[in-house]
Design a protein around this ligand. Structure first.
Ligand SMILES: [Zn+2]
Length: 124
């Protein structure tokens, strides 16, 4: 997504996807996304009006993270990958997930993530 003062939030055109992240990112522990401190990534042209715009830098919503971390539980000692797909396939999908008050929304994003992973063979 691109933020334009004139047009608001504008999606990146499909022919410009995927947006590749820069390879040399300074992780400074200053808080916030390190991408936000990279004008070469942030400052773009609005796909709609051609004016100046800012690229979205919050690339991973927290529900994305909470939608897959538990795949590591059955393969917690794996030092080369987040988890082994064969092990994850054996233990998942899960029937019930109990975590916090936000569990109902986590569960739906978890199921969506699992289904998308299976459909695309991205992780599982
Ligand atoms: Zn615009």
């Amino acid at each position: 997504m691109v933020h334009c003062e004139r047009d608001g939030v504008v999606p990146v055109p499909e022919d410009q996807l995927p947006v590749l992240l820069p390879e040399k990112i300074a992780i400074t522990q200053q808080g916030g996304s390190p991408l936000a401190r990279m004008p070469e990534f942030v400052d773009v042209t609005c796909p709609k009006c051609g004016g100046p715009a800012k690229r979205e830098t919050d690339t991973m919503d927290t529900f994305v993270d909470s939608s897959w971390y538990f795949y590591r539980y059955p393969d917690a000692r794996n030092a080369t990958a987040p988890f082994d797909s064969a092990i994850a396939k054996y233990w998942f999908p899960i029937d019930q997930y109990i975590a916090a008050l936000s569990t109902p929304s986590c569960t739906s994003s978890t199921r969506a993530f699992g289904r998308a992973s299976c459909a695309t063979s991205a992780l599982l």
